[in-house]
Design a protein around this ligand. Structure first.
Ligand SMILES: Nc1ncnc2c1ncn2[C@@H]1O[C@H](COP(=O)(O)OP(=O)(O)OP(=O)(O)O)[C@@H](O)[C@H]1O
Length: 260
C-alpha cells in the first residue's frame, strides 16, 4: 500500500511517500575510461516497499547499470540517489561469485563481512542452508557446485542478511530450465517473506530477458532503451498490447519481437 503524506515545509500539494525505499532524481551515469558511454540518461523513479519491479529492454539498454546505480555502486554524473529509510540491500548477479572454500564457509564469510560476529555466523549459515534446501552440500567446495546450486547458495547468502531490497541481475539467465524453476521459486518466496527484523515487505528489482518470468514475478515493469525509461507500468498494463502501443510504441515493438 502506498501511503502519502505532505512534506513538511514543502509547496502545497508536494508529497513524499512514507514507504519509499529507493529514489532516483534525474540521474545520469556515464561509463568507460573517459566516461564516454552515457549508460543512464535522466532517470527519475521511485520504488516503494513491497514492489516487485522488472527492468526489461534490449541488450545494452542499461538494466545492469540501473541496478548498480540503485545499489549505490556507481558514481552518478548528475542527479540524486536517495535511500530515505535505512534499508539493507542485497544484490545477485547472473554468475554468482563463490570463493574456493566450503559452501558453509562461503556463507559464514559473507555474514562476517557484513558485520555479524563470527560466533553467530555458523548458526545463521545453517538456517540459510535449510531455507534453500542445501544442507547436504554444506561441506562441498562452493566452486564445485552446478550453476543452479551456486545461485541457490548466493540466494542463501543474501537471505541470511535479511535484506529489505533484493536487486537481481538476470539471476536465472545462465541456468538450465530445472534450475531456473528452482531459483525463480525461491525468489518468489523471498518476495513474500517479511524479513525477520523488518516491518516492511521486501522489495524486488529484477533485470530479466525472460518475459514469462517478468509476468510471474513482477508487479511493475520498467522498459529501458539507450539508458532512458520509455515505459513504467503495472505488469498487467505492460502486457496489454493495445495499451502498451499507446504508451510506448518502442516497448510494444520489443514485446512483440520477444514473443513472436
Ligand atoms: N565498464 C563499461 N565501460 C564502458 N561502457 C560500459 C561498461 N559497462 C557497460 N557499458 C555500456 O553501458 C551500456 C549499458 O550497459 P548495461 O550492461 O547496463 O546494459 P544491460 O541492459 O544490462 O545489457 P544486457 O541485457 O546485455 O545485460 C551499454 O552500452 C554498455 O555497452
Amino acid at each position: 500500500m502506498r501511503i502519502e503524506r505532505p512534506t513538511e515545509g514543502s509547496a502545497a500539494g508536494a508529497t513524499v511517500r512514507q514507504d519509499t525505499v529507493l529514489e532516483l532524481q534525474d540521474v545520469n551515469v556515464s561509463l568507460g575510461p573517459a566516461a564516454q558511454v552515457e549508460a543512464l540518461r535522466n532517470i527519475t523513479l521511485t520504488i516503494d516497499a513491497g514492489e516487485r519491479v522488472a527492468l526489461v529492454g534490449p541488450n545494452g539498454c542499461g538494466k545492469s547499470t540501473l541496478l548498480r546505480t540503485l545499489h549505490g555502486l556507481l558514481p552518478i554524473a548528475s542527479g540524486q540517489r536517495r535511500v530515505p529509510q535505512a534499508s539493507r540491500i542485497a544484490m545477485l548477479f547472473q554468475r554468482p561469485h563463490m570463493l574456493r572454500m566450503s559452501v558453509r564457509r562461503n556463507l559464514q564469510l559473507g555474514l562476517w563481512l557484513s558485520g555479524v560476529p563470527w560466533v553467530q555466523t555458523r548458526g545463521r549459515a545453517q538456517q540459510a542452508l535449510v531455507r534453500v534446501d542445501l544442507v547436504h552440500l554444506a561441506d562441498r567446495n562452493g566452486r564445485a557446485l552446478s550453476g543452479g546450486q551456486q545461485q541457490r547458495v548466493a540466494l542463501a547468502r543474501a537471505w541470511a542478511l535479511q535484506p529489505d531490497v533484493w536487486l537481481l541481475d538476470e539471476p536465472t539467465a545462465s541456468l538450465d530450465p530445472h534450475a531456473k524453476r528452482d531459483v525463480e521459486a525461491l525468489i518468489a518466496d523471498f518476495g513474500d517473506e517479511l524479513p525477520a527484523t523488518g516491518r516492511r515487505p521486501p522489495t524486488l528489482v529484477l533485470a530479466s530477458h525472460n518475459l514469462g518470468q517478468v509476468k510471474r514475478l513482477a508487479s511493475r515493469v520498467i522498459y529501458l532503451e539507450q539508458g532512458r525509461v520509455l515505459a513504467d507500468l503495472p505488469v498487467h498494463d505492460f502486457f496489454n498490447q493495445d495499451l502498451l502501443e499507446q504508451r510506448s510504441p518502442q516497448a510494444s515493438a520489443f514485446v512483440k519481437g520477444e514473443t513472436t
